[in-house]
Design a protein around this ligand. Structure first.
Ligand code: ZN
Length: 278
């Protein structure tokens, strides 16, 4: 090929490239995936043309043994940052307060009522739908939110014709907990401690830990206490104590996130196949 023909070819390719930009989901590279950091103009370019999915981390501020009180916020937030590109999603700001009346007695805890939480979450979900997202993935870090989240997401999904997936990561990862630790987990136990240790090792206070801090969660329906007797609540007797092992923490973090990505991809594919609320 002569230099002249080569230059003509380059010119044609650049013109055609301008008219027919080739773009797949994998090519989407926003300056950031966090809605907190995007400017509105870039958001407008991205949603819904190039990104239709948003991750919404929700949690609680409550005691967690010797790990951060914001664990239920920090875990799904770190998860969102780790998986957003894999599922081509943006990340909405975390809802840092939740429903935790039985832990309210502990220093530094904040609990809001279901009556306040439900319309607050509903408004946010509705706004995300109005902004053009077709898929809202709620990454929940706190069990106390689950009942209200279920009620509110059913209502908003059908009213706004939007698709919503709520992930309770510690339950989804139940078998991964048993695989990595060789036993069951607990609130602020091996599983949550490891997940947070992988991201914030400097905020794990091993020096404050004693095994006596933990209580076994009451068998379902047997009894309950308010306040709870311990912020480390083992799912099963004799299992779930924090291990504080760095390698285990990193392995657990990655395996949990891989599981969540697989779930989201599977759910999105099935929604598309069914053609619901597209
Ligand atoms: Zn927690």
């Amino acid at each position: 090929m002569t230099i002249k023909r080569f230059l003509v070819l380059c010119l044609m390719m650049s013109i055609c490239g301008g008219f027919f930009p080739i773009q797949s989901a994998e090519d989407v590279k926003p300056t950031t995936r966090e809605m907190n950091l995007l400017c509105w103009q870039e958001f407008q370019e991205l949603v819904p043309a190039r990104i239709q999915t948003v991750l919404l981390p929700v949690g609680s501020l409550e005691p967690h043994g010797v790990i951060p009180s914001g664990t239920d916020n920090l875990a799904p937030e770190a998860m969102a940052r780790d998986i957003a590109a894999s599922v081509n999603a943006l990340i909405a700001p975390t809802l840092n307060y939740g429903i935790t009346p039985a832990m309210k007695a502990f220093p530094g805890a904040v609990s809001i009522t279901p009556e306040a939480y439900a319309p607050f979450v509903a408004d946010i979900l509705e706004n995300l739908a109005d902004n053009g997202f077709r898929n809202i993935i709620v990454l929940n870090g706190h069990g106390g939110n689950t009942a209200v989240l279920k009620e509110v997401t059913v209502q908003v999904a059908n009213e706004k014709k939007v698709r919503i997936l709520v992930v309770n990561w510690w339950s989804l990862a139940d078998d991964i907990t048993k695989e990595v630790f060789g036993e069951n987990g607990g609130h602020a136990g091996n599983n949550e401690t490891a997940y947070i240790q992988a991201v914030y090792p400097e905020h794990i206070h091993f020096e404050r830990y004693t095994k006596e801090m933990a209580s076994v969660n009451p068998p379902a329906g047997a009894f309950f206490t308010v306040p709870v007797t311990s912020s480390i609540g083992l799912y099963e007797e004799g299992q779930g104590y924090p291990t504080f092992l760095k390698d285990q923490a990193e392995e657990y973090f990655q395996k949990v996130n891989d599981r969540v990505v697989a779930l989201i991809q599977d759910v999105l594919q099935k929604w598309d196949l069914a053609g619901v609320y597209r």
